[in-house]
Each structure stands twice: as C-alpha cells, then as structure tokens.
Write a protein that binds this ligand. Structure first.
Ligand code: ZN
Length: 235
C-alpha cells in the first residue's frame, strides 16, 4: 500500500514505491485562475478528505477549489518551462537587459518551482487550492465598488482588499486542515528545512492521525519523519 508519509523534496526524489496501490480520482475543474491545463487527479483518500473540507467551508461562505493536484515529472517540467517563459516576458517588459531578464526568470523558477522528481505533487497527496467567496460579503462588496470606479488608484485598493480577504479565508481554511488529515506543508519559518518559501495554498494529505501528531510536534514533515526514524532506532 502507498505511503501517506511519503517525503519528496530536493534531497528525497520521488519514489514510485511510495504510491504503489494508490487509486486516483479526477477532480472536476472549476475554471479557477492558474488552474492546471491538464486533468486534475488526486489520490482517492486525499480526494475524499478534500471534498469533506470543501463541503464544510461552504458554511463559512468559502468555495475552495483545487487548481493543481497530481503532476507527473513530465508535467512538472512543462510547468517550469511555462513559468520561465511567462516570467521572461514580464522581466523583459519591465525594461531590464535581456540577459539579466533571463537570469532573473531562471532564478524565479529555481526558487518557486520544484524540479521534476522533486515535487510531492507527483504522489497525488498534495494539492494547491484557491478560496473564493460564494456570496458577496462586506469585503467583496467594498472591493467591487473600487473595481467599478476603474481608475488606477481604486484598482490598486481593490487588489489590496482582495488580498486581505484571501488572508481572512486562508486563516479559516488552515484552521480546518487537520480535521481532514491535511497539513500546511510549507511555512516560512521552515524554509531552512524544506527549501520552499511560504505557500498558504499548498496542502498535503497525511491522514488524520499523522496530521494531528505533526501539528502537535510543531515540526515540518522533514523533521517529523527524521524523528520517527530516530525513535524506531531507539526501540
Ligand atoms: Zn503545490
């Protein structure tokens, strides 16, 4: 059976044995921004847990959508290429020299996109999600009123309000992850251990019991697994 504590990072490459026996379910896409272009699959238990979380969040006026699930190493490399091209254009348009733009785009990709075989998305146990409001609330009303004004200052304010509401929604979502067996995988304070900056959208399914134990330990997955191995050796 597959391993719900599978560790995949730059030092521990993806091991197909970790996913042996896993089944995958296709997630019905919801036309979200930055959604994967290929069909989104999640490991079966991960899928069920996510759907439970999603259902509960509707009570908090939040529609949580999966924008990325399982990615094969080949898809991961396509994503890296695509992001590189996008960033290259963006940096070139900002008026800096072409050679420097290439360097900056490369730098961006290496710090924000996992290399093929180094992403836990390969397991189908990790997903990227995006919360949005089901019904307008005070903040979305305020945001829309600024969007309607249409001038650049109002649009800037509208974007700030949107970011604020996303932080509010993230806090609600994050508080419910453990109950469904997910952990918030990449926190800024763990950067030295994980090599990944804060990703409030990336959830990792480990199962309820593990999620509880990991959160109680205060450790990131890397250190939690290391401690487990140490404990085994002591026994
Ligand atoms: Zn992710």
């Amino acid at each position: 059976m597959g391993n719900y504590l599978a560790l995949v990072n730059s030092k521990h490459k993806f091991n197909v044995e970790d996913v042996e026996g896993f089944s995958y379910i296709e997630y019905e896409k919801e036309n979200a921004k930055n959604e994967d272009q290929f069909p989104i699959y999640l490991e079966e238990e991960t899928y069920k847990a996510f759907m439970g979380l999603k259902k509960e969040l509707t009570e908090s006026n939040i529609n949580l959508k999966v924008v990325s699930g399982r990615r094969t190493p080949a898809q991961q490399s396509d994503i890296a290429k695509q992001i590189y091209e996008e960033k290259l254009i963006q940096f070139k348009n900002s008026g800096i020299k072409d050679s420097f733009a290439e360097e900056k785009a490369q730098e961006y990709v290496s710090s924000f996109v996992n290399k093929p075989n180094e992403s836990e998305h390969h397991t189908g146990l990790a997903l990227d999600a995006q919360p949005s409001r089901i019904k307008e609330n005070f903040l979305t009303k305020l945001q829309n009123s600024f969007i309607n004004k249409g001038d650049s200052f109002s649009l800037k304010v509208a974007r700030k309000i949107e970011a604020l509401d996303r932080r509010v929604m993230n806090r609600v979502v994050h508080s419910k992850l453990e109950k469904y067996g997910f952990i918030l995988r990449y926190k800024e304070e763990d950067f030295a251990k994980t090599g990944v900056h804060s990703e409030p959208w990336h959830y990792r399914f480990v199962g309820r019991e593990n999620a509880k134990n990991i959160n109680r330990s205060g450790l990131c997955l890397e250190d939690f697994i290391l401690k487990q191995i140490e404990n085994e050796q002591i026994k």
